[in-house]
Write a protein of this length. Structure first.
Length: 299
């Protein structure tokens, strides 16, 4: 169950199969997937959902009982469309088949973590009334799934992906850099950590100057350190700040990063209260221009 400062987010997760190594962290991934999906629907302030991970026999029995369908499916969704006395929207129940999720992860060439996250997102949209029986509805649902998965930062790039664990570690590095911020004028501390294609992490902080134009942002500090060491392909970046609002990169930093960062790279933001937001870099600088567009890019 999770709850933020202002709203009620109750997510009950029940894993009813032997977890095994491949299901470790699934509860955290499911919770992130639900919260991220709901963030696209600002009209939903308070909500409750129940998610179960079961085996083939149990989901087949549920299909027989509720759908008159004697088969094993990857997910089942049971919308409620109710509100409890507290004003909390009861979204409904989701059942995910662990065995089918494992099979599909292998079939599509990605991790079980990504498949569980996707099935959760897919099912949440069903709870909210999305469907894919008709082609027009299927396209609409797929577009929303892609937006949510991008924001979740579960990416597949040439057979690899930036995992939630890697992003969490990157966030921790960015937060560590706040202690080194030189910000005597603004008193606003920023730390950044960049993940390169080789798996190395480069960190930086904001460095202010009495001549304000000479100030260097944390993102560019980290980026310059990486490039000066021969690392010119960035897979992800985390940015922490001392303020209560997320520190999105400024325009200059977006342009600077665009020279080296992958378009689908996750940009993870952390505020002083440890709230986290994730964006895709290309959304921060749509139609960005770099050396690649001149035919002389390094990527």
């Amino acid at each position: 169950m999770s709850s933020d400062k202002d709203n009620i987010h109750e997510i009950d997760i029940d894993i009813r199969v032997p977890e095994g190594d491949d299901l470790k962290g699934s509860a955290k991934d499911i919770e992130a997937a639900v919260n991220t999906a709901i963030s696209f629907f600002p009209e939903i302030k308070d909500y409750q959902a129940s998610i179960s991970i079961v085996g083939e026999e149990e989901i087949q029995a549920l299909n027989r009982q509720y759908r008159d369908n004697d088969s094993v499916t990857d997910v089942l969704s049971f919308p409620l469309f109710e509100t409890d006395p507290r004003g909390v929207d009861l979204l409904g129940d989701i059942v995910i088949c662990a065995d089918r999720a494992r099979e599909q992860a292998v079939q599509y060439g990605h991790s079980l973590k990504r498949e569980i996250s996707y099935l959760t997102v897919h099912s949440v949209l069903h709870l909210l009334g999305y469907d894919h029986m008709e082609e027009e509805d299927r396209i609409k649902m797929r577009e929303m799934e892609d937006k949510i998965m991008d924001k979740l930062a579960v990416f597949r790039e040439q057979g690899s992906e930036v995992s939630r664990e890697v992003l969490d570690a990157l966030c921790a590095k960015a937060k560590e850099m706040l202690a080194f911020s030189y910000s005597p004028y603004s008193k606003y501390k920023v730390g950044a950590a960049i993940l390169t294609a080789d798996g190395e992490v480069f960190t930086g902080c904001n460095i202010e100057n009495a001549s304000y134009g000479a100030t260097i942002c944390a993102e560019r500090t980290a980026a310059v350190k990486a490039v000066s060491e021969g690392q010119t392909v960035f897979k992800a970046i985390a940015i922490a700040c001392s303020g209560s609002e997320f520190a999105y990169p400024c325009g200059i930093c977006r342009q600077f990063l665009n020279e080296f960062i992958e378009k689908k790279a996750p940009v993870v933001l952390i505020d002083c209260n440890d709230n986290v937001a994730t964006e895709v870099f290309e959304n921060l600088l749509p139609h960005g221009f770099s050396g690649k567009d001149m035919g002389i890019g390094i990527l």
